[in-house]
Design a protein around this ligand. Structure first.
Ligand code: UDP
Ligand code: MG
Length: 224
């Protein structure tokens, strides 16, 4: 049985008590949320921004999968079942993993300043508010827009080699549903805030990457 949601942890650092000011100031730390449906190409595009523009890429899904595999993690079973069902893991877990990794990155760099691409997060409105209140306000949102038919084809192809428990037809259907019902409202919210850069993600990775850089330059200047 996974632990009940919100049950106090038996040990370890997750989750932490509530607080009112964000850990990182947006003057020091630039956060770009990278959103889009499963298979839209977020990870691929983030990798290019890392190698060419020096961002640190944090994939919420990858952090959750690493925590699931970590020996002794009290969240392993819970994460596993949520991911398989395409559901959103309780946000305390994901937010703490992101915050810890951001803090580690800055510590290792010996700097208060950093630039982060947060990929596949926030997927739900409460996560968006909580992250911005407690960790760091976000500067912009990159939204990779892609039709389900294209994403499904990509995910089934990826599933042949990814080893991911959720790259199969049934999990994919559930992930699409979660995306439409729960995650698109997050994109719509940031759209109303004027923070969304929407990019057509159906083209080749090179073309999508070129469009991303062009749009980021327009919004953040050429040295983004
Ligand atoms: N997930 C979650 N919270 C997050 C990010 C991911 O619960 O903030 C879970 C969710 O079950 C999701 C899965 O991790 O379906 C895989 O996420 P990932 O971002 O790796 O998938 P992608 O969208 O890149 O295909
Ligand atoms: Mg991904």
């Amino acid at each position: 049985m996974p632990p009940a949601i919100g049950a106090p942890p038996a040990a370890g650092k997750l989750p932490q008590p509530p607080k009112s000011t964000p850990t990182f100031s947006p003057d020091d730390v630039t956060v770009l949320f990278v959103l889009g449906g499963p298979g839209a190409g977020k990870g691929t595009q983030c990798a290019r921004l890392v190698s060419e523009h020096g961002f640190t890429h944090l994939s919420a899904g990858d952090l959750l999968r690493a925590e699931q595999e970590r020996p002794g993690s009290q969240f392993g079973d819970l994460i596993k079942s949520y991911i398989k069902d395409g559901l959103i893991v309780p946000m305390e877990v994901t937010i703490q993993l992101l915050e810890n990794t951001m803090a580690d990155t800055l510590r290792k760099a010996g700097s208060a300043k950093g630039r982060f691409l947060i990929d596949g997060f926030p997927r739900k409105m409460d996560q968006a508010h909580k992250f911005e209140e407690t960790v760091c306000p976000a500067r912009m949102v990159l939204f990779y827009d892609c039709p389900e038919a294209v994403m499904e084809k990509r995910l089934l192809e990826r599933g042949k080699t990814s080893g991911r428990a959720d790259d199969n037809a049934e999990s994919i259907r559930k992930r699409f549903r979660t995306f439409v019902e729960t995650s698109m409202p997050v994109v719509d919210y940031y759209e109303r805030e004027g923070k969304v850069i929407k990019i057509d993600a159906t083209a080749s990775p090179d073309k999508v990457s070129a469009a991303t850089k062009k749009r980021l330059t327009e919004k953040l200047g050429s040295s983004f």
